[in-house]
Design a protein around this ligand. Structure first.
Ligand code: RNT
Ligand code: ZN
Length: 418
């Protein structure tokens, strides 16, 4: 059977349940996912020589990490050949590309330092998102603090970095013709019981106020703040906690960013979306896969991801900035990147293929019996046939084919890198 024949067969089976598969394919294709640039080089970046800091960690020693802008771009291009649909690329300030001999510190970064990325994105029709980088820098120490630091020189340095990042984000939006999400995440926290929790939070609030006092085009740049439970070495308190940022964002009219790895392991992140959206028009996401902690494993096509995608689709995907945030250094990075991205896309398509209206009506009718059975029935529908067809019609390799091609790339390109 050809992929097309398998699709026609599956389409009839979904149609019998009142589900229009053609519509699902079209809807899914409209949703943009922001692919993080940092899976390709273990979050190292190009502007500093030091290690990854900030209480986050990549683990593993798989060879062939991209070490230059050219290699990273080459790898991104390879990954994009496996991802159906048109998406965005998510950059960190630490991925600035300097011309020969030039270097500026983070507080002096300018749009021109991202020109190579702009050219890259424009050529491929990609949107761009941006993140100021408040870690992996001599002035960034999680316990000492960045935007919440009591040392005014350090704090002002990072405020200038935030302002510089706003201008860069605006440039990225102008150049690509697509809105840019600028997400602020800082590592600030305490390893042990702090002597005080209030002052650092008050300083963080003031720092954000100073950054946001810079005029920027609100129709082009959406600013988000990302909360967290804890980081490595700062286990006892996180200055930018969920309560801090949820209130801050509400007050200032900016976005909350929910990272699926930044809550207690038994918290159901998917459940948060419908609540948040009743009070916000837009919400940003970092999709990761925490294993016991914020471990940033590659996202899999599992219940958590399907539940998240289902809530995105049911509440209206146009309200979301969906970004990926995982970094595994123990496996081939092209395959890590690809699996995570494809799984997000898969989960969105899966959610579009659910009888969402019917399930909502059953909920209102208190028919919990049928909800359970219908949910279980959906799990054995021929979803794989629809997914393969979706890949084929978007010109990317289907599920059984991309991995061999990826291994060929390792042999032909990655393994030849010095
Ligand atoms: C860290 C946050 C943050 C980073 C990236 C690299 O816990 O999730 O989003 O992972 O900015
Ligand atoms: Zn994140």
């Amino acid at each position: 059977m050809t992929v097309q024949e398998r699709y026609e067969d599956a389409k009839a089976r979904y149609a019998a349940l009142g589900i229009d598969t053609d519509r699902a394919l079209e809807e899914t294709a409209k949703i943009k996912i922001s692919m993080h640039c940092w899976q390709g080089d273990d979050v190292v970046g190009f502007d500093q020589k030091g290690p990854l800091t900030g209480g986050i960690q990549t683990t593993g020693n798989y060879p062939y990490r991209a070490t230059t802008p050219a290699q990273l771009m080459q790898d991104i291009d390879k990954v994009l050949t496996y991802i159906p649909g048109k998406h965005k690329l998510n950059l960190h300030a630490s991925y600035a590309i300097f011309k020969d001999g030039e270097w500026v510190d983070r507080d002096q970064l300018k749009p021109e330092h991202f020109q190579a990325w702009v050219d890259f994105a424009k050529k491929r029709g990609l949107g761009l998102d941006f993140n100021p980088t408040f870690f992996s820098h001599p002035k960034a120490d999680a316990q000492y603090g960045t935007l919440s630091c009591s040392d005014e020189n350090i704090r002002q340095f990072w405020i200038r970095h935030g302002i510089a990042s706003l201008k860069i984000s605006e440039y990225l939006a102008e150049q690509t013709g697509q809105p840019c999400l600028m997400n602020i995440w800082i590592p600030d926290g305490c390893k042990d019981v702090p002597g005080d929790r209030t002052r650092a939070r008050a300083r963080l609030k003031d720092s954000l106020d100073q950054i946001l006092a810079t005029p920027y085009d609100h129709s082009k740049v959406y600013v988000a703040v990302e909360s967290k439970v804890f980081g490595i070495g700062v286990e006892s308190e996180t200055v930018g906690s969920h309560e801090f940022y949820m209130n801050y964002a509400a007050k200032k009219g900016i976005l909350c960013l929910i990272d699926t790895g930044h809550f207690h392991p038994t918290e159901v992140v998917a459940d948060k979306l419908s609540a948040m959206l009743l009070f916000n028009d837009k919400l940003a996401l970092h999709v990761s896969r925490p294993v016991r902690w914020d471990s940033d494993h590659v996202t899999l096509f599992n219940d958590d991801l399907r539940d998240l995608a289902t809530e995105i689709v049911r509440t209206g995907w146009e309200h979301y900035f969906i970004g990926m945030d995982y970094f595994d250094a123990s496996i081939n990075r092209i395959s890590a990147w690809t699996n995570g991205m494809r799984n997000m896309e898969k989960a969105l398509l899966y959610a579009e293929l659910l009888p969402n209206e019917k399930l909502a009506d059953l909920q209102d009718a208190h028919n919990f019996t049928e909800i359970m059975s219908l949910n279980e029935e959906m799990k054995v529908m021929p979803f794989g046939d629809i997914w393969d067809y979706y890949c084929e019609r978007n010109g990317v390799l289907k599920e059984t084919d991309w991995f061999a091609d990826c291994m060929q790339y390792e042999k032909d390109v990655l393994s030849k890198r010095a």
